[in-house]
Unconditional design. Structure first.
Length: 139
């Protein structure tokens, strides 16, 4: 069963939120994945929350996922980061075999964290590109 509450929320985000073109594509992809009931893809796409920055700069070609956080909080009551952080936790928790994006678990003397997605999707490729830039110090 499709989560209509979430679909209506995503529709509201798409119609009211201020965001970069790449973040808009991510929101559209998340909505489509939910409609197709692809929990793996939803879990991986909502990891975009880790890359969302709070200001929009059209000249910034490094940070793909930008929102006007102040505006979105005023209009929607929440930031897109907050929304997708919650959705990411919900979908990774439902799978019970993934760790939410950004979470680290210490278990039996070992550190576990989420591995990058292996799903081939343009949004996931942008996230991976940005992650590599961050790790290399180019951001």
């Amino acid at each position: 069963m499709t989560n209509y509450h979430t679909i209506s929320e995503l529709d509201e985000i798409l119609s009211k939120a201020k965001m970069s073109p790449d973040l808009r594509k991510a929101v559209e992809a998340i909505k489509e994945a939910i409609e197709k009931r692809d929990k793996d893809l939803v879990a991986d796409l909502t990891a975009v929350k880790s890359f969302i920055i709070s200001e929009i700069d059209p000249d910034d070609k490094t940070h793909h996922f930008q929102e006007d956080e102040e505006y979105n909080k005023e209009v929607l009551g929440f930031s897109l980061y907050e929304y997708f952080d919650s959705l990411n936790f919900e979908y990774t928790y439902k799978k019970r075999k993934m760790i939410p994006a950004g979470m680290i678990i210490f278990e039996n003397g070992k550190i576990k964290q989420r591995s990058p997605s292996k799903i081939n999707h343009p949004i996931i490729k942008l996230m991976e590109e940005e992650r590599k830039a961050i790790e290399s110090g180019n951001i």
